[in-house]
Every structure is written in structure tokens, then in C-alpha cells.
Design a protein around this ligand. Structure first.
Ligand SMILES: Cc1cc2nc3c(=O)[nH]c(=O)nc-3n(C[C@H](O)[C@H](O)[C@H](O)COP(=O)(O)OP(=O)(O)OC[C@H]3O[C@@H](n4cnc5c(N)ncnc54)[C@H](O)[C@@H]3O)c2cc1C
Length: 545
């Protein structure tokens, strides 16, 4: 069995785990992150991508609202290239309680969230697609954030500082000796090989899987999974985040995301056994589309691209299943204090927006246990891609041969690293994914630098296949590049292509009607009819002219 030794073992490669890894690395600690799938494959990659201003929580949870606005400001500074400063509106529709607007405005003031009553006319001018019948509107500093690039930028920075990241590596055992943890046993999910990793402190940042991880150390920390479903439509119908001005409910937000828009969300308690088998139900899609249309009537004229769900854990620190004892905010547990096991910490709950704060809280506790006096600097040290003030997208110069939109899109995704991606080699400008303007240079950069193991990982790093055609015209080119640049055998590349299409299919299946059905038929025709993906000769597709 392979054996590794480190100071800190981080379980989970979502935003929180990657944030902890980076914080450890910045404080000079040796750390290894273990992720059973890929970075951001869990809830981190299954949300709205809203960089909360805090307004959504201002009425019901002032503490979370204050945390959100503080982190919103920090992330704009340290992770600017993953943030789009869209601004957000809270709009009141005819029939909504008009007093909620005043209530929210006052609550935002108390939580320190800047909110301005801008009136319906100005809101209609700022966001022309919003329902013309809105009666009141508030502006708040909501923004959008790309969870995939945020997570990989944290991991990249940590790796550059000496940390190690093992993806496709699942923790299957925790070793406890004399009341303290000694390390973990993990398994490579691709090869089946086991690895033993010794470490002084283990940080359980495995999100809703945290309950299971703790059971490996005989600890009972009940987590109650709450599923939220979302749908993506094929046009960016809004440039600002549009929230319905009412107490949080289903279908009350539309978030722009790059070339598309996303309608969210439902909220449903599910049994713990279902967390790895999430499916979106028909009634959820109906509610989301019907309520989305009330916010932006043009939603009815769009094509639904896909539906997906994420699950957030509600953590019962006391072990009680009484709803009132269950925390909805950030949960940091020192298992020495709670369960008398030294060297084990759980960090869960919170939001994507507060991942950095959660990571700093967990790393403070790690340092306390290791008696290391280094303090947190993640609030001031920019992530890779955001090191320097970014030039205006359209004025990035020195890329003769690349169109402005290619430079702009690459710059949008990777910040100032655009200069390493679009090299002087004209081949690096060649488009692989037209919808998202992903070039061969970007694919090569991701394959070589961003721990990409297959086309699904590549999608998370570059947005390849996430646009309106959902991979119909780019996935096979990506498979070819894996073969050409990534040293992957032809047969293996075909398997990757199939895995990618199957993964996309899971999200498309729940919305198969009308144009979405036609699009799916088109993709089927390309891959099975034209390239014979299910035919006798795998690999043949790459040899065709
Ligand atoms: C529907 C929905 C919408 C949301 N929208 C927003 C939003 O717009 N803005 C916002 O700020 N927040 C939002 N959130 C909250 C946010 O998504 C989460 O708080 C955040 O992503 C949690 O990140 P995490 O790293 O803690 O957990 P995760 O992202 O779940 O990461 C845990 C990781 O641990 C890994 N893991 C599990 N078991 C093991 C094991 N045995 N070995 C190794 N690895 C393991 C998993 O594969 C996973 O990658 C939303 C949540 C939901 C459910």
C-alpha cells in the first residue's frame, strides 16, 4: 500500500476544502486534499453561483447576511476574475406584499448590506427584460461567481505553495489511536488502489457526506439533506440577478451565468441515502418555469437546457433530530470537545460565498492544535488569475490572430492567466467550444495545470460543453485533444466522450420536450449516427478527416 505523511489531511474538494488547503499552505503547513470525485463535483458545482450580497438572508438570519456582505467584498478583491459584478434587484410583483420591500430595506440596513430603493421605472431601465408590471424595486450588490474556477484557483494556489491534491481518491477509513486520529485510509476510485495517509489533524470538509465520514471514526453527527433543484435556459435573459421581493420561496431568483440564465430553486428534505442519487422531479421544473416567467416573461420563449440539483446539509451539532436544534449557518466542530477525539475537525454548512471565512475558521483551529502561530492572510492574497488589476476585457492587446471575443472569454475565465493560455502559437486560438469560446490553448492549459482527468473535469475548469448546445459540437474535439495533448489512448478518449455525454444526459433527461428534445435528437444523430459512437470501432471517430 502506498504511504504518505503530512501535517493536515483535508477531506473534500469543494470550495470549503480547497479553501482550507490554500489557507494551510499560506500558513506554511504541509497539507493533502482528498476528493473522491473531482474538484467542485459536489454541492459547490451544483448551486446558483450567486455571490450573495446578504440581502436574501437579511430578514431571517442577520448573522449570515453580515457574513455574506463581508465575504462578498473580499471575494471581489481576491477572486475578481471569477466574479461578475452584475448587481441585483429585489422586485415586488403585483399581488406580492408591498410592505416586504420596506421590511427588507430596513433589515439590510441593520445587517450592513447596502440596499437602495430605486423605484420600478429605474429597475425596468436597468434590466429591460424584467416583468414590466413590477411595482417596487431594491438594488443590492449581488454578483455572480463561478464556483468551478474559484475552487480550482484555490487548489492551484495551494499546489503552487507545496500542497498536494488527490482527486478520484475516496476516504474509506479513519484511524483513531488512544483518543486521537492518526490518519486515513483512502482508495483510488479509478485503480482501486488503497493509500494510507498519516497526518496530525484531519479536516472533514466533505459537505453533506460529513455524517458518513464521521461515522468512520464512530462519531454520530446527524446531517439532514435539503435538496434544491434549478433549471438552465439557453439565453442570458438577464444581466442582473433578479430576486423576488418576498420571504424566500421556490422559484424566486434568476441568476445570469455567462451565456445562459439559471432559475432557482426548490427546497425539499430528502433521505440521507439519496444524497448521491439526486433527481429533479417534474413538479419542481413546472414551479421553477412558472415562477421564473413571472420575474422575466421572456423565460417562456426560451429553451430549457437542463435541470440539476444540489444538496445542502443542515447539521445537528447536538445530535438531536429536533428541527430547532439544527444549525443553518456555519458549523465548526472540534471533535476533541464534542466527542473526545483529538485531531479531527468538521467544517460544514455556510454558503459558497462564505467558503473563505469557513476555511479560515477551520485553519485557525488546525493551527491551535498544531501550536502554529501563523495567522490567516486569505482575505488579502489574491488567487491565481486575480493577482494584478485586470485590464479592461476588450483592451487586452498582443494576441494578434485571436478575435476579441476569444480573448475576452479566456480572460473572463482565467483572468490575467490569459497570457499563458493564448500563446504566440496560432493553434492555441483554434475554437473547440463555440458556445463558450473555449480554445485549444485553454484546453491545453487546463490539461497541464488544473488537475483535469477527463472531459467532465475539463468542463468544470473551462465551461466547455456548458453553453446552449450542451456539448453537441465540442465534446468530440475535446476527446481528440485529450488524445493529442493529454497522452490519452484513442479508446480511452472514446470512453471519456461517452462518460461526458452520459453525464450531460442526466441533466437533459428531465427537460426533454419541445426544442430540448429536438436538440437531444440532434446530438444523438451527431454522436451515434455520424461518428458511430456505439459502433464496432471505437477510436475511429478521431481518424476521420
Ligand atoms: C440548491 C443550492 C443552491 C445554492 N446556491 C448558492 C449560491 O447561489 N450561492 C452561495 O453562496 N451558496 C449557495 N449554496 C450553498 C453552497 O453551494 C454550499 O454551501 C457550498 O457549495 C458547500 O461547499 P463544500 O465545499 O462545503 O461542500 P461540497 O461542495 O459538497 O464538497 C464536499 C466534497 O467532499 C467530497 N467527498 C465526500 N465524501 C468523500 C470521501 N469519502 N472522500 C473524499 N471526498 C469526499 C465530495 O465529493 C465533495 O466534492 C447553494 C446550495 C444549494 C444546495
Amino acid at each position: 500500500m502506498e504511504r504518505l505523511t503530512t501535517q493536515v489531511i483535508v477531506i473534500g474538494g469543494g470550495a470549503t476544502g480547497a479553501g482550507v488547503l490554500r489557507d494551510c499552505a499560506l500558513r506554511g503547513l504541509d497539507a493533502i486534499l482528498l476528493e473522491k470525485d473531482d474538484l467542485a463535483a459536489g454541492t459547490t458545482g451544483r448551486n446558483h453561483g450567486l455571490l450573495h450580497s446578504g440581502a436574501r438572508y437579511a430578514v431571517a438570519d442577520r448573522e449570515s447576511a453580515a457574513e455574506c456582505i463581508a465575504e462578498n467584498r473580499i471575494l471581489r478583491k481576491i477572486a475578481g476574475h471569477t466574479v461578475e459584478e452584475t448587481g441585483g434587484l429585489f422586485v415586488t410583483l403585483p399581488g406580492d406584499d408591498p410592505d416586504y420591500h420596506d421590511h427588507l430595506l430596513a433589515a439590510c440596513g441593520e445587517a450592513g448590506v447596502p440596499a437602495h430603493d430605486i423605484g420600478a421605472d429605474r429597475a425596468r431601465r436597468m434590466e429591460p427584460n424584467v416583468n414590466p408590471n413590477i411595482v417596487r424595486a431594491l438594488w443590492v450588490p449581488d454578483a455572480t461567481i463561478d464556483p468551478f474556477r474559484l475552487t480550482s484557483a484555490n487548489a492551484l494556489d495551494a499546489i503552487n505553495r507545496g500542497a498536494r491534491v488527490l482527486t478520484r481518491t475516496q476516504v474509506i477509513g479513519i484511524t483513531v489511536k488512544d483518543g486521537r486520529t492518526a490518519g486515513v485510509i483512502a482508495k483510488n476510485t479509478q485503480s482501486g488502489q488503497e493509500i494510507s495517509i498519516s497526518g496530525q489533524v484531519i479536516v472533514n470538509a466533505s459537505g453533506v457526506h460529513g455524517q458518513h465520514i464521521l461515522s468512520l471514526a464512530n462519531i454520530n453527527l446527524p446531517m439532514f439533506p435539503s435538496k434544491g433543484s434549478m433549471v438552465i435556459i439557453d439565453y442570458r435573459v438577464n444581466n442582473m440577478v433578479i430576486n423576488r421581493c418576498r420571504p424566500p420561496a421556490d422559484g424566486d431568483i434568476i441568476v445570469p451565468g455567462d451565456t445562459v440564465s439559471l432559475i432557482g430553486t426548490t427546497s425539499k428534505k430528502i433521505p440521507y441515502e439519496q444524497i448521491d442519487n439526486l433527481f429533479v422531479e417534474d413538479d419542481e421544473i413546472e414551479v421553477l418555469l412558472a415562477d421564473g416567467e413571472k420575474l422575466i416573461p421572456n423565460v417562456s420563449r426560451t429553451r430549457v437546457l437542463r435541470a440539476y440539483a444540489g444538496v445542502r446539509p443542515l447539521v445537528s451539532v447536538s445530535g438531536s433530530i429536533d428541527g430547532r436544534q439544527i444549525s443553518r449557518g456555519i458549523v465548526l466542530v472540534d471533535h476533541k470537545k464534542r466527542d473526545n477525539i483529538e485531531g479531527l475537525i468538521t467544517i460544514a454548512g455556510g454558503k459558497l460565498t462564505t467558503y473563505r471565512l469557513m476555511a479560515s475558521m477551520a485553519t485557525d483551529l488546525v493551527c491551535e492544535k498544531l501550536k502554529v502561530a501563523a495567522s490567516c492572510t486569505t482575505h488579502e492574497k489574491p488567487l491565481p488569475g486575480s493577482e494584478k488589476a485586470l485590464p479592461q476585457k476588450k483592451s487586452v492587446e498582443g494576441f494578434t490572430g485571436a478575435s476579441r471575443s476569444v480573448v475576452g472569454a479566456t480572460h473572463f475565465r482565467h483572468g490575467e492567466r490569459v497570457r499563458r493560455i493564448l500563446t504566440q502559437d496560432p493553434d492555441s486560438y483554434g475554437l473547440v467550444c463555440e458556445c463558450e469560446m473555449v480554445t485549444a490553448g485553454e484546453v491545453e492549459y487546463a490539461l497541464k495545470n488544473l488537475a483535469v482527468k477527463d472531459i467532465v473535469d475539463l468542463r468544470r475548469r473551462t465551461r466547455l460543453g456548458m453553453g446552449p448546445c450542451q456539448g453537441a459540437l465540442c465534446a468530440y474535439r475535446a476527446a481528440g485533444l485529450f488524445n493529442q495533448l493529454g497522452g490519452v489512448e484513442g479508446d480511452k478518449a472514446v470512453d471519456m466522450l461517452k462518460d461526458f455525454l452520459e453525464e450531460r444526459w442526466k441533466g437533459i433527461k428531465p427537460v426533454l420536450w419541445g426544442d430540448a428534445l429536438r436538440e437531444a435528437e440532434f446530438s444523438h444523430w451527431i454522436y451515434q449516427g455520424l461518428f458511430g459512437l456505439d459502433g464496432d470501432e471505437p477510436g475511429k471517430i478521431f481518424n476521420q478527416d
